[in-house]
Design a protein around this ligand. Structure first.
Ligand SMILES: Nc1ncnc2c1ncn2[C@@H]1O[C@H](COP(=O)(O)OP(=O)(O)OP(=O)(O)O)[C@@H](O)[C@H]1O
Ligand SMILES: [Mg+2]
Length: 294
């Protein structure tokens, strides 16, 4: 078992390029990502980690795809801080697939020129129409040199067959390591709440916002109270997400609470409300929020 992991890591590091890891939840994707990156860094490669898992996040906050550039093995000790972010706006891998695919691909492109090895960690959505479509388009746009599928039994065979049929990418399967420990939904939710709390901590400020700063734009005459509690991606003018914010509607004014100070140009609406006390989230349909069909 260990040999299979060692062999594949050795090959991936020798070949370099872009590696995408796929697998169901709790299959060891993030752990394998770190093992590959450790081996790459030990060899002296410039390594980039694109963490496209918007739910069980390693780099940056949940709801975002994060890029981290690494130059030493010690950099792996703290992967939470990001060098670049793309806001998706959901923690559900089955939703907002356009944002997930574009965000992942654009961070891979951002890393391509200055990295010898790029490792893409992905969500656990790998089956059915939604999971297969998501992975298909991530491979289409990220153009990995290698895909590694971590599988229990034969669960990844459909998606592996699909990727081999439609793309010339090298696809390998490895069995899930027996040491992998599954996490409960409660553990996942509390880890996420802590990550949201961290993302929104620091020197938070409240900025009054004009209704014209949003993407998508607000319909004329929208009751702004409907946006209370909505999570937003705080964006600069260069297409980058600088961090997260939460909207607050109070006394006839709409404000954004955020630790992002400089460079805020616009706010992207996601499909989540975030409770600022518990940091628990609830999914919303943005169309319903905007057009009052709730
Ligand atoms: N090769 C391994 N040897 C021992 N333990 C492992 C190994 N791979 C993973 N684990 C353990 O199993 C757990 C889940 O692994 P990991 O977080 O890498 O999986 P994942 O597929 O990224 O999960 P998620 O769906 O939450 O993103 C972790 O506690 C990790 O330490
Ligand atoms: Mg993971």
């Amino acid at each position: 078992m260990t040999d299979i992991y060692e062999q594949i890591i050795d090959r991936l590091v020798a070949e370099g390029g872009v590696v995408m890891l796929v697998g169901a939840p709790d299959t060891g994707k993030s752990t394998l990502a770190k093992l590959i990156m450790t081996a790459g860094l030990e060899k002296g490669l410039a390594v980039s980690y694109v963490d496209a898992d918007i739910a069980q996040t390693t780099v940056g906050p949940p709801t975002c795809i994060g890029l981290r550039r690494l130059s030493t093995v010690a950099d792996l000790d703290d992967l939470a801080s990001s060098d670049d972010l793309r806001f998706v706006g959901s923690i559900d891998p089955e939703r907002l697939r356009l944002q997930q695919v574009i965000g992942t691909a654009s961070l891979v492109e951002a890393a391509r020129n200055d990295s010898a090895l790029i490792v893409i960690d992905t969500t656990g959505s790998v089956s059915g129409v939604v999971g297969q479509t998501l992975k298909y388009h991530k491979v289409e746009l990220c153009r990995p040199d290698s895909v590694v599928a971590l599988q229990r039994g034969a669960e990844m065979e459909p998606i592996v067959g699909l990727l081999r049929r439609f793309f010339s990418v090298q696809v390998d399967t490895v069995p899930v390591h027996p040491g992998v420990v599954a996490s409960s939904p409660g553990e996942r939710a509390s880890a996420r709440a802590e990550q949201f709390a961290n993302a929104l901590s620091g020197e938070q400020q409240k900025w009054r916002v004009k209704p014209t700063v949003f993407a998508p734009t607000l319909p004329t005459g929208l009751d702004l109270a409907r946006l209370d509690g909505m999570l937003v991606g705080v964006h600069d003018r260069g297409g980058r997400c600088l961090g997260l914010g939460v909207l607050e509607y109070d006394a006839d004014a709409l404000r954004v609470v955020t630790a992002v100070g400089e460079g805020m140009a616009g706010l992207r609406l996601g499909s989540l409300r975030l409770d600022q006390v518990t940091h628990q989230t609830s999914g919303v349909n943005l169309r319903e929020v905007m057009f009052g069909l709730e």
